[in-house]
Design a protein around this ligand. Sequence first.
Ligand code: SF4
Length: 170
Amino acid sequence: MRNTLLQGLRPPLTEAAPGADDPELATLAAAVKEAAERTLGRSLAIRHVDAGSCNACELEIHALGNAFYDLERFGFRFVASPRHADVLLVTGPVTLNMREALKRTYDATPAPKWVIASGACAADGGVFKGSYAVAGGASSVVPIDLVIPGCPPSPEALLKGLLALLMGAK
Ligand code: SF4
């Protein structure tokens, strides 16, 4: 009991608060913003589709918008409807239950549109490859423009992927 109480008095184990802007990250995010404005004439709208992820990929994607990265200041927007999206960001292996939903989401996204398979599972099924419940990677259902490797990809890797996509589209 005493040990439990003492353990509760330890300081919280969290990351240190961010200091000034990480210059490398800010440069990368600014480059994506500039590429989006050059390619689309405005900021980039992203629709995330979880096709069956373990949710670690989602944690990294959500980190893009947290107080640490705060990337909405560079104009990225995650949108609720595929009808407002430029990019579909697919995570996880495509489970049989999500196959039709992913296909419909793709069909509902207006052209020009890009699809990114984010993470090893979206690339080819990853650790879930061969499961009876999995159709395969995202490319087994919709055409893919870019694969971002990683398990899960870090926020920096996601930004680099977005930049590569937009630079390739100009
Ligand atoms: S790539 Fe890794 S983190 Fe992402 S859904 Fe698959 S197992 Fe989870």
